[in-house]
Design a protein around this ligand. Structure first.
Ligand SMILES: Cc1cc2nc3c(=O)[nH]c(=O)nc-3n(C[C@H](O)[C@H](O)[C@H](O)COP(=O)(O)OP(=O)(O)OC[C@H]3O[C@@H](n4cnc5c(N)ncnc54)[C@H](O)[C@@H]3O)c2cc1C
Length: 555
């Protein structure tokens, strides 16, 4: 260790989407952080393409949603998911889904009380991560240390001393942080150093969907032109006993991502194997150049037994590992970053109380369990595929198999209709939520019921006449807490304001006089946290506003 210690409020191990989102939120709250990431650049390999509505609200909160949206699949391309015996064989089923342009038109025509200001975006993580990387580099409070690995750390009551090493081993640095966030992925060095284990399901026992899979990034200049252009969509599943393969569109029509079965013996996937799966899925020979492989495991649902210690905290894949069905993995991590960032800011800035740090685990660990199980249940639907032995035979038996499989596929639309999972995560029972005894809405993966019952996402409302930036209630919430005064009554918020001021808690008062907004919330006052969750609601300030402010800030 060297004597030259660099000081920083928050050190982040891992510059994947979650580490970068955490740094960007901290930057917005005015908190400096350093991001260490082993690779010198973000990885250039496609992974998930689902940035769900809540993640897009995070991008909106950071002021970057329009630029992230522009990374979508071609804007007029429908994002259908379709199923085939092969691309030259039978089409089995199609789930129609709108293009980005159609989604934007739906938002433009939406009612004032509509709950989806930011529809789910189909854009590969690879493009969004590259954008976040470039954007983070421009932010004043973020020090980017890509090409540096966290090697070890020691925590004490006041903070964490972190040792990092340059990727080529040429230099070492020591940093002293008040908090260390482990956003360093599924093999998290931070989690392992703390001897924290994952619990849950390590795989799914299914011949059709389970075990090791391979994500292949490949170039095939004729694939779109010859086999996809007339039925262009986002995701093409091949259901065939000769080999399972899913082909996923990327931003140009020459490069694609394919998922196929990886060797069960743990061997690295080869270019030849991957190309064979793709050719089999297409059902015809075509020129293919493999760019890279990324093995992953289908069916996992793993959550760390503990998310934090005194000064060290886990977020994203370091805290929970998902099977990709539903596209919840990164999205759950982005929500972790939103929850964690304001708490770290409050603690660093001196207005957060002793219960605030621990509330992160209390609030987020149950959500990780809920979402990993939701993803696994969706994966099971896939795994329960009927017998497909005869599916590509031109015989009565083949026709019968296709009919049976079509019936099964028709039940699988839920994977793409999970707005309840996306927006409905709740923190009922959290020690920093002032519950008023009202029943929260039922947790329904497929539907989201807006509710101002404390502990849930604050209901969305279009304040402005338009549907653009500046028109959403979310665009007017403060960097700290926001006290929303709803309806024409303009209830007296002064006691809550004074209590916040007395504790140096940042609080903005926002008037939303519209009657339908008051109806949506069902209350005259709602106290909203920096992460857009309702902390308290009422029709008048509580008898002891100081006690309320203390509770919601972790005292
Ligand atoms: C095939 C597939 C499809 C998916 N589809 C979706 C989807 O559609 N939607 C979705 O939400 N999720 C999806 N996911 C999951 C998603 O990719 C992950 O959840 C997400 O990347 C996790 O982000 P993260 O930042 O937590 O971790 P990572 O993306 O793993 O980033 C961690 C970073 O930490 C770095 N690191 C590791 N160790 C150290 C160290 N010691 N020091 C410094 N840096 C270190 C790594 O190099 C890496 O850059 C999918 C995953 C797969 C495999």
């Amino acid at each position: 260790m060297t004597d030259n210690i660099k000081n920083i409020p928050v050190a982040i191990a891992g510059g994947g989407p979650v580490g970068m989102m955490l740094a960007l939120y901290l930057d917005q709250y005015g908190v400096p952080s350093v991001v260490f990431n082993t690779a010198t650049e973000v990885r250039h390999h496609p992974k998930g393409s689902t940035h769900n509505s809540r993640t897009m609200e995070h991008h909106r909160q950071l002021g970057i949603a329009p630029r992230v949206r522009d990374l979508c699949l071609p804007i007029n391309r429908r994002t259908d998911v379709s199923y085939y015996t092969s691309l030259t064989g039978w089409e089995l089923s199609r789930i129609p889904m709108p293009s980005e342009a159609e989604k934007r038109r739906t938002v433009a025509a939406s009612a004032a009380t509509d709950q989806i200001p930011e529809p789910l975006l189909r854009a590969n993580q690879m493009y969004v991560e590259a954008f976040l990387f470039e954007h983070a580099k421009t932010r004043p409070n973020i020090t980017m240390r890509f090409g540096w690995s966290l090697k070890s750390f020691v925590e004490d009551d006041q903070g964490v001393t972190v040792e990092v090493e340059k990727a080529d081993g040429s230099a070492r640095e020591n940093w002293r942080a008040q908090y260390l966030a482990g956003c360093d992925g599924g093999r998290s060095a931070v989690r392992r150093a703390l001897a924290l284990r994952y619990s849950g399901f390590a795989s799914l026992d299914s011949p059709y969907y389970g075990g090791r899979q391979n994500a292949t990034y490949f170039r095939a200049p004729t694939l779109y032109r010859d086999h996809l252009a007339h039925r262009a969509g986002w995701n093409y599943w091949i259901v065939n006993p000769k080999g399972r393969c899913t082909i996923i569109s990327l931003n140009n029509d020459e490069e694609f991502l394919a998922f196929s079965k990886a060797p069960d013996d743990g061997a690295e996937p080869t270019d030849q194997d991957a190309a064979r799966h793709i050719v089999q899925g297409v059902g015809a020979d075509l020129p293919i150049k493999i760019i890279g492989h990324w093995p992953w495991t289908a069916g996992v649902a793993l959550v760390a037994d503990q998310f934090l210690t005194k000064r060290v905290v886990l977020a994203g894949d370091a805290a929970h590992l998902f099977t990709p069905t539903g596209g919840f993995g990164m999205n759950t991590g982005m929500d972790d970053a939103s929850n964690l960032s304001w708490k770290l800011a409050a603690l660093v800035q001196g207005w957060g109380g002793p219960n605030l740090f621990a509330s992160y685990e209390i609030e987020r660990r149950p959500i990780a369990q809920r979402n990993t199980i939701a993803a696994r249940e969706l994966g099971k639907q896939l795994a329960n595929m009927p017998d497909i032995t005869a599916i590509d035979e031109d015989t009565p038996e083949g026709e019968q198999t296709r009919r049976t499989v079509r019936g099964h596929l028709a039940t699988m639309t839920e994977e793409y209709a999970s707005i309840g999972v996306q927006l409905g995560a709740r923190y009922d029972g959290s020690p920093i939520v002032a519950s008023n005894g009202a029943a929260p809405p039922h947790d329904d993966y497929l539907n989201y019921t807006p509710s101002s019952v404390p502990g849930g996402r604050t209901p969305h409302y279009w304040i402005g006449a338009g549907r653009g930036y500046g028109d959403s209630l979310f665009d007017h919430l403060g960097q700290g807490f926001t006290l929303i005064r709803l309806g024409g009554k303009a209830a007296d918020g002064a006691p809550i304001q004074a209590a916040a001021q007395a504790r140096n808690v940042p609080l903005k008062v926002l008037d939303v006089p519209a009657a339908d907004a008051r109806d949506l919330y069902g209350c005259d006052l709602a106290l909203v946290r920096p992460d857009q969750y309702v902390a308290w609601r009422g029709n008048a300030a509580p008898a002891d506003p100081a006690k309320l402010i203390a509770k919601v800030t972790g005292y």
